[in-house]
Write a protein that binds this ligand. Structure first.
Ligand code: NAP
Length: 518
């Protein structure tokens, strides 16, 4: 049995104490184990603060970008091996695995290119200089400087590659050393990535803790940053952690999200926009078995179109083959853990009591290519309601699996925006319409409730990645229930790891600080 070691203070450390097993979620076959005790986490923080921070500061933006490019190349070089690990440990189909592994490489490459553009000055400008004195000599300039501490990255189980890489790219490019903690259940991919990356990174730039967090956060100090992705209950615990509170540690939270998709009344299902809507809903239900933070959960459709849409979804979802993703012909794998399966099943039961069945009942399935009784499977489930605004389970609990609810509405943009808002803050919501006046009214009402709004239409349908794909160039994060965090978004992604400071002084001194010799 492979023992996953942590990479701390420049060395691999096996840990001690009781072992936690990592399994294949399709077959429940054991894959590896971790032992979380016995690590000197205070020493790991000290190593990051001294060696890691020093090495990164020495490099500057452009050279750090070049390092990120080398990490992306390492992923490409080990791609088949990483895909196989994601299929075995994540329950991913090959397509799901590519989404995670290639998504990680894409995020690294994006920030590698940004690093090349940012050059060699130690600071980044935030907007233009401002005259604050009687003459232009007396000037003000906002700048971003790297935070002086350690970036602690705590990731969810669903994207062990992308989650590690998107956070790592931003922190390293900003100049902060990282201690990464992947979710234990699917840590094989993240562990292999760090094995590959450790060869390429400056000493102390990246450390890895596998297994439960234990006392990880106890060593936080002023100037550190925590970026967390996971459930809202865990987020609450982190927000009130004594070290986070005592030191005012910046904490970015990416948590639960009840993302909505809205079909506007101008769209026929047979049109390009209608086809895009159907394809996006089905992809988000089945890709990664619905275990995407950005996946569509709540679908609002004009009341008169609900029967036709229900038929179309039944038709497409009946062609989904659920089973062991390592087997040919399987198009949707299991959930990642037994706990997730139980949680999803319990949430579907609550939803089922308040809605009508459209497809999949409550998710029972006999999976393909799996020993009887094994695996953490749930089939795609579609429910519907004619009272979407008052159907509490639809808005109150994220089902982190292949389940959606269709709600019927009157077609007004105000109702559609209120439906998005009813989710109490989400990462992304989508609308499908070719009616610009309708979309304008919808966006005005829905934008404050979503980190990203995806505007599906006939003209962009052919080149759309769908709302479920978080792009490195656009913000990822959302208000309210989604955690209030912001990641990615090009250069904005660095700001989580930097302090904004207003400089006030001689205009020429300010310019020189930003690398302009004038
Ligand atoms: P989770 O149970 O909250 O775990 C997330 C991470 O937090 C894991 O690495 C976990 O470690 C760690 N953790 C748990 N308790 C901790 C503590 N007391 N101190 C420090 N770290 C702790 O969530 P999950 O089950 O992995 O993920 C599912 C949830 O994540 C879903 O609800 C989904 O909405 C959300 N999610 C959000 C996004 C987003 O971008 N907004 C993306 C993906 C997932 P262990 O694995 O060792 O327990």
């Amino acid at each position: 049995m492979q023992l996953l070691a942590s990479y701390l203070s420049g060395a691999w450390s096996a840990g001690s104490g009781s072992a936690q097993l990592l399994v294949n979620p399709a077959t429940e076959a054991p894959l590896a184990e971790v032992r979380a005790g016995g690590h000197d986490l205070a020493a790991a923080f000290a190593y990051a603060r001294t060696t890691g921070a020093g090495e990164l500061a020495h490099l500057g933006f452009a050279a750090r970008g070049a390092v990120l490019a080398s990490l992306a190349r390492a992923i490409h070089g080990a791609r088949e091996e990483l895909l196989a690990l994601a299929i075995a440990n994540g329950g991913n189909t090959r397509g799901d695995a590519k989404f995670d592994i290639d998504g990680g490489a894409l995020a690294l490459s994006h920030y590698a290119e940004l690093g090349a553009k940012l050059g060699t000055a130690p600071l980044l400008a935030d907007g233009a200089a401002i005259q604050v004195g009687r003459t232009a000599r007396m000037s003000g300039q906002h700048v971003w400087a790297p935070c002086p501490g350690v970036a602690v990255h705590i990731n969810a189980f669903n994207f062990p590659s992308w989650g590690l890489c998107e956070k790592l790219a931003c922190a390293l490019l900003a100049g902060m050393p990282v201690i990464a903690k992947p979710a234990t259940a699917t840590a094989l991919v993240a562990h292999r990535l760090v094995e590959l990356f450790a060869e390429l990174l400056p000493a102390g730039a990246l450390q890895l803790l596998v297994g439960p967090a234990g006392a990880l956060l106890d060593s936080l100090a002023p100037g550190d940053v925590v970026a967390f992705t996971g459930g809202s209950a865990t987020a609450r615990a982190l927000r009130s952690h004594p070290a986070v509170v005592a030191h005012g540690v910046r904490l970015n939270v990416e948590a639960d999200s009840l993302n909505a998709a809205v079909l506007a009344p101008d769209v026929e299902l047979s049109s390009e926009a209608g086809g895009l809507f159907l394809a996006d809903v089905v992809r988000d239900m089945t890709q990664k078995t619905g275990q995407k933070c950005t996946a569509i959960r709540r679908v609002l459709v004009p009341a008169d179109q609900l029967p036709e849409i229900a038929d179309a979804l039944r038709d497409r979802l009946s062609r989904v083959t659920v089973g062991d993703p390592a087997q040919d012909g399987v198009t949707m794998g299991p959930l990642a853990t037994a706990a997730q399966r139980d949680d999803v099943r319990a949430a579907i039961a609550v939803l089922a009591a308040a809605t009508d069945a459209v497809h999949g009942g409550t998710g029972d399935v006999t999976p393909t290519g799996v020993p009887a009784g094994k695996g953490f499977f749930v089939a795609p489930v579609v429910r519907s309601t004619r009272s979407p605004m008052t159907c509490a389970p639809l808005h109150d609990r994220e089902i982190f699996g292949p389940a959606i609810t269709l709600g019927a509405y009157d077609g007004s943009p105000a109702t559609a925006a209120a439906f998005v808002a009813r989710g109490q803050g989400c990462l992304v919501s989508s609308v499908y319409s070719d009616d610009r006046a309708w979309v304008t009214r919808f966006v005005a009402g829905a934008a404050p409730w979503a980190g990203r709004l995806y505007l599906g239409s006939s003209k962009m349908a052919a080149q759309s990645p769908g709302p479920g794909t978080a792009l490195p160039s656009l913000l990822h994060g959302g208000p309210g229930r989604a955690g209030g965090g912001e990641e990615l978004g090009g250069e904005r992604g660095l700001h989580l790891y930097m302090q904004r400071t207003a400089l006030e002084g001689d205009a020429s001194v300010l310019k020189s600080l930003l690398g302009d010799p004038a």
